[in-house]
Write a new protein. Structure first.
Length: 197
């Protein structure tokens, strides 16, 4: 189980690199102009990843090879990092990894319960944060979990939706400043995932 959780922690480490969230200004009130926000969104497709999602800008794709006890795994990450200081979210990210046959699968319900809990707990530790909530969730009939972690002394947060489709593990995440903890863009991104079957 530890090798699986390691991969999930890597997504947090990756998502924090290059961000200056440790210099977040004090909270302020922000008025969101929905018209200008709507113009930026695009429908992004990954046929290899078997998904499509709405994202507010250009997407960078990165593939890392990760050595584990079950072999080398290709960890695919797609992300958009916002450059605007008053944006709803700092980072939008979708990741997936395919596990070898016989290791983990969406029909392994008892195992997945522990897998998601350990993944969530490891994510909290990796950012030295505090778990705000963690709930079981499903994408269609596929098992998953949603959670929110506050970190950087409560100045930032990460919201995650994670789920298994067969032997593929998907993770959708946003990172935001605390003053933007509830925003239209987070929901739009996290709820827009569509599996291409």
């Amino acid at each position: 189980m530890k090798y699986i959780v390691l991969i999930c922690c890597l997504q947090f480490s990756f998502s924090l690199k290059g961000n200056s969230l440790d210099t977040i200004p004090t909270p302020f009130t922000l008025k969101i102009n929905m018209a200008s926000e709507a113009k930026k969104w695009r429908d992004f497709h990954s046929y290899d990843g078997k998904f499509r999602i709405l994202i507010p800008g250009d997407v960078i794709e990165k593939v890392d090879s990760i050595e584990t006890a079950i072999g080398t795994l290709a960890y695919h990450t797609f992300f958009h990092q916002t450059k605007e200081s008053n944006a709803d979210n700092v980072l939008y990210m979708l990741s997936y990894v395919d596990y070898p046959s016989g290791t983990i699968h969406s029909d392994s319900t008892d195992f997945l319960k522990d897998f998601f809990t350990e993944t969530m707990d490891a994510a909290v530790k990796s950012v030295k944060g505090e778990l705000v909530y963690g709930n079981d969730w499903k994408y269609k009939e596929y098992p998953g979990k949603v959670w929110r972690i506050d970190y950087l002394d409560g100045k930032a947060l990460v919201k995650t939706k994670a789920f298994m489709v067969g032997k593929r593990y998907y993770t959708l995440q946003i990172i935001a400043k605390k003053e933007h903890s509830i925003n239209f863009s987070s929901d739009k991104f996290l709820d827009s995932f569509l599996l291409i079957e």
